[in-house]
Design a protein around this ligand. Structure first.
Ligand SMILES: [Zn+2]
Length: 348
């Protein structure tokens, strides 16, 4: 026992083909120690990843570093000098016909200790695990408090989802804030579009929902009772006619190419078909607009839902969130060049 059979070994190890063992690459160990130290010091994983990428370092697979790669690296038991066997069954190779790949529970793993030199102590390993757990909990806490708007708030500058932070103010009240946009490339170049208090979002979204409700009400009053089903049928027929006309046009072209028409005949027939197509296309466009306008049922439903959201507005965050997501597609949140907050609700 003790041979390395787990594929490419993790950073900073290298595989020796001759005795099938893994060894530390001393250059890589310097970087590994640095990563370990920075995380134990409390450096955010994202910042560390940006720094490594900026300095030109890549993972064992030649990829950019990111939060997940760092966490995986520092929570890998291989670094304690152990080799784990039987972590998964079957083969990961999709092409080969073997057992399907599946994970095996930890109790059934075989862990062989001291198969190679360790690059961290058991104490460091435990401290790192605790640290990553704490970071994950903090993240979950911020998400929980942001429940009212979790999901729909996007950056109006880059489209990336906005995240939240919850802080307790001097009065002991919890204040939820939309963070400056965290979207960044692998080198840490951030979108950075400004953030703001959740209460600003509240006020803007509420006002826009009230306005939307009024618009829906006006729309419904203005409906002239036209039969939506009949319009749909007309649209369907027009689309079929268009399809036929397009096919006819391509036949005209083919026949001309094969010499069945004179040039004059061809031009006449072609122009006739083209005219027919363009008239059908106009007709279809108009029908579509009318159908859109007369979607009374949908607008009635929308109106009902908007009414419900406004009714529970001051209630439980998760309830508001659930109803809100039925009505809106997204909330674009952005600060313009002058720092002015622009909050735009996009309805679904
Ligand atoms: Zn952004």
């Amino acid at each position: 026992m003790g041979a390395w059979v787990n594929g490419p070994p993790p950073f900073p190890y290298e595989y020796n083909r001759e005795n099938k063992r893994i060894y530390i690459n001393e250059d890589k160990r310097v970087l590994f120690d640095y990563i370990k130290r920075q995380i134990l010091k409390g450096e955010p994983t994202s910042n560390l990843a940006y720094e490594l990428n900026q300095k030109g370092y890549r993972t064992a697979y030649g990829k950019h570093w990111n939060q997940i790669a760092i966490k995986r690296l520092l929570t890998n038991e291989t670094h304690l000098g152990h080799t784990i066997y039987g972590k998964s069954k079957g083969s990961g190779h999709k092409q080969r016909k073997t057992q399907p790949h599946e994970s095996v529970s930890r109790n059934d793993w075989t862990i062989v200790k001291n198969t190679h030199e360790a690059v961290m102590t058991e104490e460091e390993f435990a401290a790192l695990k605790e640290d990553f757990d704490r970071r994950a909990n903090e993240h979950a806490r911020n998400r929980m408090h942001a429940k009212r708007y979790s999901g729909p708030i996007k950056c109006g500058a880059c489209g990336y989802a906005r995240s939240f932070v919850t802080k307790t103010n001097a009065k002991g009240e919890e204040v939820v804030t939309v963070k400056p946009c965290q979207k960044a490339d692998a080198y840490g170049n951030k979108c950075g579009n400004g953030g703001g208090k959740e209460t600003y979002v509240d006020a803007a979204v509420y006002a826009q929902l009230v306005e939307y409700k009024q618009e829906l009400e006006q729309d419904l009053e203005g409906n002239n009772g036209s039969d939506a089903e009949q319009l749909e049928q007309e649209l369907h027929q027009a689309e079929q006619k268009l399809d036929k006309a397009k096919k006819a046009l391509s036949r005209v072209m083919e026949m001309y190419e094969e010499g069945d028409y004179t040039k004059a005949e061809f031009q006449e027939r072609r122009d006739q078909r083209k005219e027919q197509i363009s008239s059908l296309e106009n007709n279809i466009e108009e029908l579509k607009q009318r159908i859109n306008y007369h979607e009374q049922v949908t607008n009635e439903e929308r109106l009902e839902k908007v009414g419900e959201v406004l009714e529970v507005w001051d209630g439980e965050a998760s309830k508001v969130n659930k109803l809100l997501r039925l009505v809106i597609d997204r909330i674009n949140f952005k600060r313009d060049e002058d720092g002015k907050l622009i909050i735009q609700v996009v309805y679904s």
